[in-house]
Design a protein around this ligand. Structure first.
Ligand SMILES: Nc1ncnc2c1ncn2[C@@H]1O[C@H](COP(=O)(O)OP(=O)(O)OP(=O)(O)O)[C@@H](O)[C@H]1O
Length: 251
């Protein structure tokens, strides 16, 4: 596995006296798929929002490719290649699949203030690039379909294509399997594996069989702290992890 690409040191977040994340030290290796798991309320989402810069930490630091990004804005972090996946809700349902990816490409080229009033000619110049991204996520056959007509799993694939349009080195995925049936889960898992080639992935995910299948390394959070870390075989045997998951069911 490669050298650390994203590193958090002593990352903490307090909400009005409640410590949601406490002293988290995390190191994500270049080229790996790293999962953040833990029982409900463990602090995964808060940690994810800190790493994607949607929340400011109370203390601690975040280093990406050797650069301190603790105080860097999300859009600037995205320009450095660290990109959070857009939620499905960010997909424009009435626009076609291709148009959605084209808009994402415009965002990259023009920064955050994307502008719908550009000439058709300029827009269509991006079609080739958009189609290549749709091919990468297996949606080329759906390019002319309205995004809202896609199945849930394909909407996720479109969301991943719009994320790839920003040309990330590292993708941060928030519960990519949320709300999916088995077939969509399998499709999405293989898509994640496919897009991980040459990139680094950090994901928060509840589906432990997907985590077991995809992850090189897993960090288990409980009550805002790191409880265990390692590959799936190691953490699934760890009595503290078993206890945290079983205990959470009785909360
Ligand atoms: N904005 C906020 N204000 C106050 N408390 C918060 C806020 N966000 C999260 N918390 C609290 O921090 C704790 C951790 O929440 P978080 O959502 O990060 O956990 P999680 O591991 O993602 O949980 P889940 O698996 O249920 O999504 C919870 O007790 C939650 O109530």
């Amino acid at each position: 596995m490669g050298e650390p690409v994203l590193v958090a040191r002593g990352l903490s977040k307090e909400f009005r006296g409640f410590q949601a994340v406490s002293g988290v030290d995390l190191s994500v290796a270049r080229g790996s798929i790293h999962a953040l798991i833990g029982p409900n309320g463990a602090g995964k989402t808060t940690c994810f929002n800190l790493l994607t810069k949607f929340l400011a930490p109370s203390s601690g630091e975040i280093i990406y490719k050797g650069r301190d990004i603790t105080r860097t804005k999300p859009a600037d972090v995205a320009r450095l290649g660290l990109v959070r996946s857009f939620q499905i809700s960010a997909v424009f349902g009435r626009l076609t699949v291709l148009e959605n990816v084209r808009i994402a490409l415009q965002r990259r080229k023009r920064g955050d203030s994307f502008d719908f009033w550009r000439s058709e000619r300029v827009l269509h110049a991006l079609d080739g690039e958009a189609l290549a991204l749709l091919e990468e996520v297996g949606l080329a056959a759906y390019s002319a379909a309205p995004a809202l007509s896609l199945s849930y799993g394909r909407k996720r694939a479109l969301e991943i294509a719009t994320t790839l349009a920003l040309d990330p080195d590292m993708l941060l995925l928030d519960e990519p399997m949320a709300g999916m049936g088995r077939e969509d889960v399998e499709q999405t898992a293989s898509l994640i594996r496919h897009v991980s080639v040459g990139r680094t992935i950090l994901m928060v995910e509840h589906n432990l069989s997907v985590v077991a299948e995809l992850s090189d390394r897993i960090t288990v959070l409980a009550r805002g702290r790191i409880l265990a870390e390692g590959d799936y075989a190691t953490i699934s045997k760890d009595p503290r992890v078993v206890e945290a998951y079983l205990g959470a069911r009785h909360d």
